[in-house]
Design a protein around this ligand. Sequence first.
Ligand code: PGA
Length: 251
Amino acid sequence: MRTPIIAGNWKMNKTAAEAVDFVREIRNKLGQIKGVDKVVCPPFIALPGVYDALQATDIGVGAQNMHFAESGAYTGECAPNMLTPYCQYVIIGHSERREYFNETDEGVNQKAKAALAHGLTPIICVGETLAQNEAGETQAFVSGQVRAALDGLTAEQVASLIIAYEPIWAIGTGKSASAAQAGSIIGLSVRGPIADMFGEETAQKVRIQYGGSVKEHNIAEYMAQPDIDGALVGGASLKASFVELVKNAAG
Ligand code: PGA
């Protein structure tokens, strides 16, 4: 019922020229993979070039961040309408933004609302730290993040967005959460609170990704979990072998 979605979060990697070369290299093979939505999220400066290079394909483009305001004195930021010509998606509240750029649950909620108002699909990131995980606080913390992020949205808006559950201790560390562990947290702490807030029918429509050290050799295990609808991929989205990862996700 839910179409799986694999998104590559390039983070602060690749110049605009390198980004275009890379998508030209992978676009034909990536475009041939069916049954899974494919998205690349390059840095802001590379968005126009990547958008152009992917014009005749079914590969989507996402930004990695966005300000919620329409315009104004926010040095260094990009407004929603600056992204809409090039993107269909925007990653919101990635743990690196929460940690290094002081993003709060409230700001994530404002950004989600702004993205939806501009027709962008938010990929909202949630996830606990290692200390929280070891202290048994995962469920309370992650469900709190989900509730805060979705506060004030309509059921229809929620059904259209994407949530990425990314345990912080698994990002870039090579230490991925087991598929069963991730599937269970996603069911309990992500889909569960959505069902409480917006009803079971809406919760069943939301696509929820796992993220954190997803590679071509482990993606199939995550996809086998009924509550996992794809992945947000960092390091493994920077190389041509991303195509293999997406192929393995499509099954
Ligand atoms: P990783 O990053 O795949 O390199 O662990 C995932 C992410 O931060 O989105």
